[in-house]
Every structure is written in C-alpha cells, then in structure tokens.
Write a protein that binds this ligand. Sequence first.
Ligand SMILES: [Zn+2]
Length: 643
Amino acid sequence: MRPVLLAAFALLAACGVTASNEQAKEGTERMVAPVLTGEDARDPHSFARPEVARVTHVALDLDADFEARRMAGTATLDLQAADGARRIILDSRGLEIEAVTDADGRPLEWALGPADEAKGQPLTVDIGPSPGSEQAVRQIRIRYRSAPGAAALQWLTPAQTAGGEHPYLFSQGQPTLNRTWIPTQDSPGIRQTWEARITAPEPLKVVMSGERLTPEGEPAGQGRRAFRFRMDHPVAPYLIAIAAGDLAFRELGPRTGVWTEPSMLDEAARELADTERMMEASERLYGPYRWGRYDLIVLPPAFPYGGMENPTLTFLTPTFIAGDKSLVGLVAHELAHSWSGNLVTNAIWPDSWLNEGFTSYFENRIMEAIYGPERAAQEAALSWDSMEAAFEELGRDAPGTRLRGDDGPDEGSSGIVYDKGAIFLRTVEHIVGRERFDAYLRSYFDRHAFQPMTSARFLADLRANLVRGDADLEQRLMLDQWVYQPGLPENAARPDPAAFAEVDEAARAFAASGAARSVPYGGWNTAERLRFLNALPRELPRARLAELDATFDLTRSANAETLFAWLQLALANRYQPAVPVAERFLLSMGRRKFVAPLFETLWDEGEWGRPIARRLYARARPTYHSVTTGTVDETLGHQADSS
Ligand SMILES: [Zn+2]
C-alpha cells in the first residue's frame, strides 16, 4: 500500500482553522486543533463528518446518580461548520436524549439514526439558520441521561472498594466508549477543549482528567457537592475521564501527586515515589511536559486496564503495586503518553501504533534513565518476546502483523501495536544514532503538539526532517516495510542476548531435569523471574510443578505479574492446587490482561477447565468492567444479554 502523502496534510480549511494550530476565540484563549481531511484519516469508528461540522468545545453539567447508575444533565457543545452546513452529526450509544436546543434555549430538530452494534447511533442535529434569523447555530445544548449499562462507566458497590463503605464510579473512554456518556464527536482526530461541573453525593470526591477548579467541591444542595474542571488544551475526546469515590490525596513532588482510597494511600505513594524523577527524565528526553500537573489515581481492582493515560490524571490498576517498584514500568508508560498519545494522537484507531509503539519505546528510555541500562535491556528483551508471541499466534505474514492496521478500534494485537512498534523506533535509533534520533523525536513532538497524526503523515515528517533525501539511509531504514507490511523487516534491532543469559541457562537446566533449588530465583528481579517462568517447557508433570511451587513459593507471590505467569503454566497443566489461587486472583481484580488469558487457558483445558471457568465466571463477571467482559464473553461463548 502506498499512502497519498499530500492529501494527509490537508487541514480543514472549511472551518478557517489555521496551520498555526492556535486561534483566539471570543473572550477566551481556547485552542482549536486542525482536523485532517485526507483519506488516511477518515475514521471508520465514528459517524462524525467533521469536514461539514465539528465540535470544538464540550461543557458538561452532570449529576452522578449512584442509585440509578446514570450521569444526567446537559452537554453544551461549541461548533465550527462549513458555510451552508445544515446539520452536525454526533456519536451516541445508548444515550437517552431529552431535548436539544440552541444557546438561547430554542428547540432544535434532532434525530437518532439506526443503531450499529459497535458504533452506536448517529445523533444528527439541525444547525441551519432558524426562520427569521440569518445566523447558523454555533452552540447546542443537549439534555440527556446515560444508560444504566453505559460501557464507559463502572459503578462499584461499596463491597468492591478497599474501604467497603462508599460506592465508586470510574470511566474508561478509550477507544470508543465515551459516546456512552458524552454526546459528542467521539473520534480521536477531532480534538476538543472541555469543562465540566459534576455533582456527587457527600462525602464523595470527584476527580477528572483536567485542571481541578474546586478541589474540595461546593455545596450543591440535597446532600451533594459540585466539582468543576477545565481542560484548555484540545484533546481527543476519549481522554475525558472521571472518577468519584472516597478519595484521599498525597503530594509526591512539586507537580505530582496520588489519589486513592485512604486505606491505600501509604502503599500507593511508596510505590510511586519515583514519579517526579520520571517526569524530569522524560522532559530531558523529549521536551517540556505541557499539561501542568501530573497526578495519578490508583483505582479499585475492577479497573480493566493496567493504566490509562488520561491527561493530568493517569488512571492505574492497584495490581502494579508489588512493594518493590518492580512494575512501575507501567507508570513510565502512562507518563510517556503525555507526549505520544495525548500531545500527538493517532487520528484513527488503525494507526494506534503511533500512540502505543512510540509510548513503549519512550517508556523503555525512561526506565533506562531511572533504573539503568540493564533493567531497560531486560524489559526490551521481554517486549521482543511478546512480539514473537504475536507472530506465533497470528502467523508471521498475517495481515494482523502490520503496524498500520485496518481492524476494529480495539482489535490490534499488543505484541504488534506496542512491541513491534517500539522495536521499529529502536531500529531507527540504532541506524541513525541515539543523539540524532532523540533530536528528531523532540522536534516531532514540538511540530505536532495537540494535533492528530496518521502513519502517512509521520513517515512524511520523518523523511522531511530526519532522512532529508539521503538515499542510502532511506534504503537502510525500510520505513514502508515496517509500517505497511506484515512480518519483521530484516534490519530489526535485536535485544541484547546477554540480558537474560543466566536466566535462560537456568531454565534450560531445569528443563533437562535439574533441581529447582539450584535455580537462583530468589536473587532475581521481576523481569528475570518472568523470563524464567515463561521459558519453562509448557508441559510439565505434576511433581515438577509442585517442586517449582514449593521452592519459589509461587502460589503466594505478591507480584501480580509473576503470579499470573505461574498460573498460566500451572492451569495449562491441569495442576489442581493452583485452582483456588486462580479463583482468588480472578475474583480479586478485573484487569483484562490477566483475566482474559487465564479464562482462555482454563477453557482450552476442555472437560477439566471449562466447568471451573464457567463456575468462576458466573461469580466474577458482575464485578468486571465491560472492557473485560467483552473479551471473556467471546472466549466462553457467553450470551451478553443473559447477564
Ligand atoms: Zn499505552
């Protein structure tokens, strides 16, 4: 596939948006980001037609109703439209729309179109000049409620929290879930500034992914408090996020801090103690952090992801807490998204490697700066393994191994999107040299700050600013093959074979009937332990599994990653003593990365594993977020409507 480069650069001229990326709006300094109009930036997962009319700003005024499990109130949208535009199309999934008016409260014609299972329904609003008026409508107000089962929102009972006393709410917008609670154009290429006023019952606190204007909240009547927020940088709408619960805060550094439930605060703050240093390292690499504060919130264990890079407020699973900072690569990853993903954002989801591959590369550079080159080399080697596992699973030349995908918004394999993406950038670094590549990346973030990006646009930028017509370099980089072709180009920068030399030798010795007690497992770090567990033969007799478990105390591992690696091995061998541990683990958290493969492993074990999987899932499913149940339902053939 040869991309059409010129088209990718066309900005949305119809809206009068300038390439300078900044436009003063009446009385405000709100930035309006350009929308890409090239064919390579057409979003298959949104109904919006931004070239006709687009949203530039969202103002939410919502009540969080924990009894009805709904967000209810208004969304006021600022619009830009081409001359003569008669209507704007928004994304909506399950929203109950009550009324749509203009800024003065005059009713506007609106309609919800036919439902698409993945995309939801288009919400079309008439914005042509009203009778007797010359002015087209440039602000609309939608009164609505989210549905009780809105896929972005998870409403937790007090029993699902650490404190056990108060309910909890959190959202997960990526990739296309925010349309279940916010009626806007839910496409990552249509950046929007936003503000919000959210009320919640006392004593709950509300936090969002923007500047907090009322840290303690304001009285809102009927035992409720209101919290106000603002985001003046245009962001992809999937980055609007909310959490509400019994929350406490602690400073970590001048710009950094952590939110979590009071009983979790000490251990969360200890694990996150290096956050400010990570920020300083990131800024030294790729330029200033442009979002003001960088806070984190450690959520209840139902959170379906490791982390989510919501601007100014990274959302984290508590399963990254191991007590020894061995899993804080996750924090480096989410922080790196403040540049790759939040500052420069994939315009459409088939280009998500631009978010995740860049971020995985950047994460490794932060880890190297803070914890040294050995740990970074080990984590890079694990990432290589994860890419290799994806090639195994998909087939080396399968279309799904291309970086630029064409699948659904959440379909790309992480071994490709994250790991092959990072290895591509590491390869470029090795070929051009670190200093030159770092200078290029820093300038890339400057040039495209607060703008959408496509694969074609990135390659054009790389050619213009790094390759600069050097035909020999162009040939050595194999850029188009990396981005558009399946498989692994021959120039790939391979991991350092010394990174795990001792570990691999120990795994070989154990596989050849060596004793577990001669493996120096206790002295290894987490990366080494994971490498060892994953390098063991996938079929092991019961006695060998028992020996491993007894010698390394695997069943009682406090580290979620090593526990997961152990359970994968044990369950695949129908090792009965692992079942109660798996049960506890699967009922104690809802992180998809752990939950989905464990259910898959059980399912693959036929008449032994399937009854266990069914029994566990019946109990666990009500505690999981839709992101996690969506994947496990497929494995178990669960009928979603029978839940
Ligand atoms: Zn990421």
